[in-house]
Structures are given as structure tokens and as C-alpha cells.
Design a protein around this ligand. Structure first.
Ligand code: ADP
Ligand code: UVW
Ligand code: MG
Length: 396
């Protein structure tokens, strides 16, 4: 049986899925899993389509294990467990597509070189995405690999939303707001159309709150604005990233405090956010379980910034009909959802605390002006559909 593999290397995780194809090329999930907490204490789980556990592994306190180490482990596991399935292509999430890549594409050396030149704009992601592609090309040079871009969903936003108030020439050189998490937003837009078509046609803010976090303002399922910009540093506070920051701080760190560019980069990408403010962890579950004041400060800032960005995106949309929470924190941490919504009551949001705590899919009261939903994201599914579209020309 033919199969497609989707690989999604995030900043703190590698998610993957194996889909088998029936005769008319419809994909069915066969197994999927994730290695999470990379850089802290990696943990792997692989499940079959029914959710039954196939494999579990804990690399306790092995913070030094890299994405590449863990990928090698995963290949070895996959090779042993393909059970006669023939992998016909691998689809990858590639975080940055720059100005040129507005749709998924087959990867060749020229594409790889161009994507490599964008690595500096996504240092927590692009090197892992491209590293996986190169590793697979070395083992199976004939196997088609497809790049699916996080930036593509935002490509057709109104031009205003892509512009920085910088000299015009810089925009033309590609220094503009791109936006990320596009595969997740595209999947949510598809799901929302099925689950709640009226809301899908309206003005919706999708809050992708994971280790990386951003929000997308969607009108009729299309991105009109988003919180991330030129890089995945902008916007919300994240696990280890600062989010929106007065650029004067960067100048001050360099000119007055003598920090070099790479030191500043490492501070903004890897030592800030929840980790930087709490001094405890980048992992929201750990902070929620902590009774230390620093953990509470970090969570409060995360919530406050999130509520502020929902309001900003509401201005971009000219009003708000719905909010969708998704990704690790958005799907699983009811208290964070509740606290963000409480700060937005003035917008007409009435959250049903019982439904929210119970993990229900709709978490606002029926008469809430703004409807609030939780929809689990599935970037791997979107990657599979895009890979099929590149191979066989069927649009997702
Ligand atoms: N049940 C859960 N599973 C995964 N992540 C969770 C869960 N509950 C809370 N989280 C939080 O979600 C964040 C990870 O989100 P995720 O979307 O998996 O990240 P990534 O950006 O690496 O894809 C962490 O802060 C984690 O603590
Ligand atoms: C773009 C981004 O921040 O991705 P992730 O959430 O996977 O880190
Ligand atoms: Mg992610």
C-alpha cells in the first residue's frame, strides 16, 4: 500500500504522521506521534489512528538531544515499522517561504538553496526543517519531498498588513510582515467551514497558542492580518521568544550594554518569553503547576498580551464574530483560555466556564455576541493534503 509521511518540526517538538492512500488517493491516518519538550526533556509518543499507544519513550533530562538526533531515532523506528507500506513522498512543514514561495512545491537543490538563505529569519525552525530534508535526500535521493510553507496562507493578505513603517525600498527587498503558523490556520479554516459555516464566513480570530504562539484575523476563512511579522519573534509572548518588542531595546542592548548580535538573537529567541519572565520553564504546564510568584507573573503577562492582540486584530477585522483556540496551550489549558476571554468581556464574549473546563468544543454561551470554540489543529493533515496536491494536482 502507498503511503505519505508528514513531518512537522516545530521549535520544541517534532510531529509526524503516516497516511496510507486508497485507490482514489484519499489519505487515511495510519499512525502519528510527536517528540515534545525538545531542549528540556524529550518525550516521544506514537499512536495508531484509533489513539492506541504504539510506542513511548522518555529521554529524561536529556536537554542536549537535538532535533537531528531525535529524527535519526525516528527514522530507525519508522523503517522497522512500515509493515510493507511504500512511502511515495514526504511532506515537510517549512516555516519560512519568503516572498517567492506562495504555494507548496517539490524540493530540489535550487529550492533547498533558496530556502537555506531564509534560515536566519527562522533560526528555531528552518535549520531543523531543512536538516530533515537533507537527511532524507541522503538516504533516499529519488524520494519526492514537498515543502509546505507556514507563510503561504498569509501570502494574499491586504498589502497594508504586510508593510512596516520603514523606508519603502526595504519592503521591496523583502523586509515585510509574512506571518507564520499558516498550515495550522488553513486547517482550522477548513474545519470551521465544516463545523460552523456561519462563524467561518464571519470575522474570526484564531489563537494558535503553542510553544510558538500567534494569532490570525480571518474574514471568510482568509487571513487578513496576523501577529507574527518578518520572523516568528513578533506578536505574542511565547515559550522562549519575547514577542513584540520596542526595537529601541535591541539598540540599547547592543550599543549601551555591549551585547553582540548573536547574543541578542539567542536572548530574544531562546531565553525570553515564559522562560525568561519566570526563570523556571518555557512549558506552560510546568508554570501552571508552580506556586512561585515568577510563574504567576509569566502567565499573567502571556494572558494580558494575548487579550491585547485579540483586540488589535478585531480592529483589523472591523469587528469580531468568533474566536478559535488551538495548539498545545489553546487546546489543553482551559484556565488560560478562560483568563484571556475574561479580559475580553467588553467585546461581547461570555465564556461558559463549565463547558470550557470540561474541554467542550464550543465554550461560549449561546447568547454570547462573540462565539468561542476550541478546535484541535492538525498541521500534519494539511501537509499530507498539500503533498498530494503537488504530486497529483488535487487541491485540498
Ligand atoms: N496536553 C498537552 N499536550 C501538549 N502541550 C500542552 C498540553 N497542555 C499544555 N501544553 C502546552 O502547550 C505548549 C506546547 O505546544 P505545541 O503546540 O505542542 O508546541 P510547538 O510550538 O512546539 O508545536 C507547551 O507550553 C505545553 O506546556
Ligand atoms: C512559527 C512557529 O513559531 O512555530 P512553532 O509554534 O512550531 O514553534
Ligand atoms: Mg507548533
Amino acid at each position: 500500500m502507498k503511503a505519505i509521511v508528514s513531518l512537522n518540526a516545530g521549535s520544541s517538538s517534532i510531529k509526524f504522521a503516516l497516511f496510507t492512500l486508497d485507490d482514489d488517493r484519499t489519505p487515511t491516518l495510519s499512525a502519528g506521534g510527536k517528540i515534545e519538550r525538545i531542549g528540556i526533556s524529550p518525550r516521544l509518543t506514537i499512536r495508531d489512528a484509533a489513539g492506541a499507544l504504539l510506542q513511548e519513550h522518555d529521554w529524561r533530562d536529556e536537554a542536549a538531544l537535538t532535533h537531528a538526533d531525535l529524527l535519526a531515532w525516528l527514522f530507525a523506528w519508522a523503517t522497522e515499522h512500515l509493515d510493507g507500506r511504500e512511502v511515495i513522498a514526504i511532506g515537510h512543514r517549512v516555516v519560512h517561504g519568503g516572498t517567492d514561495f506562495s504555494r507548496p512545491c517539490l524540493i530540489d537543490d535550487a529550492v533547498l538553496d533558496e530556502l537555506e538563505s531564509l534560515s536566519a529569519l527562522a533560526p528555531l525552525h528552518q535549520p531543523h526543517n531543512l536538516g530533515a530534508i537533507r537527511a532524507i535526500a541522503a538516504i533516499a535521493p529519488e524520494l519526492p519531498q514537498v515543502a509546505c510553507f507556514d507563510t503561504a496562507f498569509h501570502h494574499d493578505r491586504p498589502p497594508l498588513a504586510t508593510r512596516f513603517a520603514l523606508p519603502r525600498a526595504l519592503h521591496d527587498q523583502g523586509i515585510r510582515r509574512y506571518g507564520f503558523h499558516g498550515l495550522s490556520y488553513e486547517y482550522i479554516a477548513h474545519q470551521l467551514r465544516k463545523i460552523d459555516p456561519a462563524m467561518a464566513r464571519g470575522r474570526v480570530v484564531v489563537a494558535h497558542l503553542g510553544n510558538g504562539a500567534s494569532m490570525c484575523a480571518m474574514a471568510d476563512g482568509k487571513s487578513v492580518d496576523t501577529t507574527m511579522g518578518f520572523t516568528a519573534l513578533d506578536g505574542l509572548m511565547m515559550g522562549t521568544r519575547c514577542g513584540a518588542l520596542d526595537p529601541g531595546v535591541v539598540l540599547h542592548l547592543q550599543t549601551q550594554m555591549g551585547m553582540g548580535a548573536s547574543e541578542v538573537e539567542s536572548m530574544l529567541y531562546s531565553k525570553s518569553g515564559l522562560l525568561g519572565v519566570s526563570g523556571i520553564s518555557s512549558d506552560m504546564r510546568e508554570l501552571a503547576a508552580s506556586d512561585r510568584a515568577e510563574a504567576a507573573d509569566a502567565i499573567e503577562l502571556f494572558v494580558w498580551r494575548a487579550a491585547r492582540e485579540v483586540a488589535a486584530l478585531t480592529a483589523s477585522l472591523g469587528g469580531l464574530d468568533g474566536i478559535v483556540f488551538t495548539a498545545g496551550i489553546g487546546e489543553h489549558q482551559a484556565d488560560i483560555r478562560s483568563r484571556i476571554c475574561q479580559r475580553l468581556e467588553w467585546l461581547g464574549i461570555q465564556i461558559n466556564e463549565i463547558a470550557n473546563a470540561a474541554g467542550a468544543p464550543a465554550i461560549s454561551f449561546d447568547d454570547s455576541v462573540v462565539k468561542v470554540r476550541v478546535i484541535p489543529t492538525d498541521e500534519e493533515h494539511m501537509i499530507c493534503l498539500h503533498t498530494l496536491s503537488v504530486l497529483f494536482g488535487v487541491q485540498p
